[in-house]
Write a protein that binds this ligand. Structure first.
Ligand SMILES: *Cc1c(COP(=O)(O)O)cnc(C)c1O
Length: 399
């Protein structure tokens, strides 16, 4: 019989470098391959499986809604959509929402909203200031907004109007602002860029500058939001409210859904100016509602913060014992270990051998992002594996 990897390489675009594991089942923080081997999942579908694999309430929500009404056009009112919109707006600083299917679409919507707002409210301003090392998705416009050259170079010419500045440099934002500027777009915590936190006072200074200059502040909380950083949204960690915000990943608990939200003063789309076929369909929205409601009712962000403090202590003690680890950074349940050399890919491979899934977010950094429901015992188990992986990497370097 031909293997799944062979069939994949025959039929699939070679866009993704796969790891040698075929996953068939999941439960909580654990996933299983086709041979029944168990792995601790500290990738969680890239921070998407927020409540763990096959959480009973999420499974029930999918089953109930799939058997009731899966999809109707946005020509009609839909109850799950309105309920999720209300719950999101009541629990954020934003007033209006638009649902889509992914993070990239959510950020793309923010970009279009900023363009429309600039046209209407700021004499045709259209530029968006973005950050180096940012990641906003893979559509043409979100790729144009990305920090890394590797995401952009193969696809030029790209949509215009993005001005890139270093992250954590408020003066660079001030200097980049002109009559053409409509908005600043930032991840409050950069995820794909390597789990990079804003310097003390940076986001507050950006907020003050946006107010002074009369431009919008847009946060991409696709990765940092939905409890990941120990608050429902990372903006709450820093006490800085955005005018516009993109959400996705953790909102669906593994089911695809995205959303962007705006304050009333910049919710400028008129009838027919934006739309989607699948976005906001009853199935996705009922699942999103179930996930968000569960998070609020069970204080999952608070639990993530608590487990995160435990994980942090364990990671810092690893760093004390392993010279290969040069920095531990993160919050909630989004963490990175910076390594003294570019051995993250090797570390991921060794961890798989030991039954742990982690991610090489950079050549020199390992990222951990377990489900927010991870237990303390699972954290301890993962750290024990990491301990062995780091020892093996260090031994390898000696040879
Ligand atoms: C993952 C991610 C995206 C893109 O989301 P997709 O669902 O893959 O399109 C956008 N922004 C940030 C910050 C992300 O982490």
């Amino acid at each position: 019989m031909t293997s799944w990897p062979e069939l994949e390489s025959q039929y699939f675009f070679a866009t993704t470098k796969r790891l040698p594991v075929t996953l068939v089942r999941g439960e909580g923080t654990r996933v299983y391959d086709e041979k029944g081997r168990e792995y601790l999942d500290f990738v969680a579908g890239i921070a998407a499986v927020s409540l763990g694999h096959c959480h009973p309430e999420v499974v029930r929500a999918v089953q109930e809604q799939a058997g009731t009404l899966m999809h109707v056009s946005n020509f009609y009112y839909s109850i799950p959509q309105v309920r999720l919109a209300q719950l999101l707006c009541e629990n954020t600083c934003l007033d209006k929402v638009f649902f889509c299917n992914s993070g990239a679409e959510a950020v793309e919507g923010c970009i279009k909203l900023a363009r429309k707002w600039g046209k209407e409210k700021r004499n045709g301003a259209y530029e968006i200031i973005v950050a180096e090392n940012a990641f906003h998705g893979r559509t043409l416009a979100t790729v144009a907004a990305a920090g890394a050259e590797k995401y952009r170079a193969p696809f030029t010419p790209l949509p215009e109007g993005f001005v890139r500045v270093p992250f954590n440099d408020i003066d660079a934002i001030r200097e980049a602002t002109s009559r053409r500027t409509a908005a600043v777009l930032l991840e409050p915590v950069q995820g794909e860029g390597g789990v990079n936190f804003p310097a003390d006072g940076y986001l507050q200074a950006v907020r003050a500058w946006c107010d002074q200059a009369g431009i919008l502040l847009m946060f991409d909380e696709v990765q940092s939001g939905m409890g990941r950083c120990g608050r429902l949204f990372a903006y709450q960690l820093f006490g800085v409210e955005p005018d516009v915000m993109a959400v996705a990943k953790g909102l669906g608990g593994g089911f695809p859904i995205g959303a962007f939200l705006a304050k009333d003063h910049c919710a400028v789309f008129a009838v027919g100016e934006h739309g989607t076929t699948f976005g906001g369909n009853p199935l996705a929205c009922h699942v999103g509602f179930t996930v968000l409601k569960y998070m609020l009712d069970h204080d999952i962000p608070g639990q993530a913060a608590q487990r995160g403090r435990h994980l942090e202590r364990r990671l810092r003690s690893l760093a004390d014992r392993h010279p290969l680890v040069t920095e531990v950074r993160g919050a909630g349940l989004l963490w990175a270990l910076e390594l003294a050399r570019e051995s993250a890919e090797e570390g991921v491979a060794l961890a798989i051998q030991e039954g742990l899934l982690i991610n090489n977010v950079k050549p020199s950094a390992l990222r951990l992002m377990p489900p927010l429901t991870v237990t303390e015992e699972e954290v301890d188990q993962a750290v024990e594996v990491l301990d062995r992986v780091l020892s093996r990497l260090e031994a390898g370097a000696v040879k």
